[in-house]
Write a protein that binds this ligand. Structure first.
Ligand code: FES
Length: 235
């Protein structure tokens, strides 16, 4: 039934105004999807199409006519006559604040991070022109876990986007991750912070692909291979 409903929604259209221009798009899209469909870029971090549409990072906020507060475009549905502005001063300031707050307690070791130059957080921060962080505070010290053959987890780079959890639950159905603790202590991790080798993880690596930062990464053994190659005893 859900598929039939989705097909019907694709056939129905709505016209909305984005940044002063009218666009006709399929009903059922979010503002973020509609904007991207017409090549208007809105940054996002926690959004993962059809998998994690939870509106927690606030990086994708836009101005919606008639709404007092900025709205997360990744969870805001299009409708007939909707008027949206995606790049006003207020929007840019809010996005900058949201990303600066994420960076303020992020272990920013970009040059040595496995995701350097391939990091969504780094890209978003760069595109927003963030060159210094105006907020200082306590840095988390949740630790680094790699007591398994395939996946390493650096909790101190987790931005709580929940993409790992969503893909693990909805696609792999392994239910490895969940939010632990509350408030500033929140971290997305296996229950009791166990290592992946101690629970139902199948080491598929989907969470690594979904992670927008260097918090989850695959283990590499390149240095061990080089050492083995240059070891005369092994030749
Ligand atoms: Fe929309 Fe995170 S991408 S709130």
């Amino acid at each position: 039934i859900r598929e039939t409903e989705e097909l019907q929604l694709k056939d129905e259209k709505v016209t909305l105004t984005i940044d002063g221009r009218d666009y006709t798009v399929p009903k059922g899209l979010t503002v973020l999807e509609a904007a991207r469909m017409v090549d208007i870029e809105i940054p996002s971090l926690c959004y993962l199409k059809d998998i994690n549409e939870v509106g927690v990072c606030r990086v994708c906020v836009v101005e919606v006519e008639g709404a007092r507060n900025l709205q997360a475009s990744c969870v805001y549905p299009v409708r007939e006559g909707l008027k949206v502005r995606t790049n006003t001063e207020r929007v840019r300031r809010a996005r900058k604040t949201a990303v600066s707050l994420l960076l303020s307690n992020h272990h920013r070791e970009c040059t040595t991070c496995i995701r350097n130059l391939n990091c969504e957080l780094q890209n978003v921060a760069d595109n927003l022109g963030i060159r210094n962080i105006p907020f200082t505070g306590e840095m988390p010290n949740y630790g680094y876990h790699d007591n398994n053959p395939a996946i390493q987890r650096d909790y101190n780079k987790c931005i709580n986007c929940r993409r790992c959890m969503a893909i693990c639950n909805k696609i792999q159905e392994c239910y490895v991750y969940s939010p632990l603790n509350r408030g500033l202590d929140t971290v997305i991790a296996p229950g009791f912070k166990k290592d992946l080798s101690e629970i139902s993880c199948i080491m598929c690596g989907q969470c690594v692909i979904a992670c927008p930062t260097g918090s989850l990464s695959e283990k590499e053994h390149i240095n061990e291979v080089w050492e083995a190659i240059s070891d005369p005893e092994l030749v």
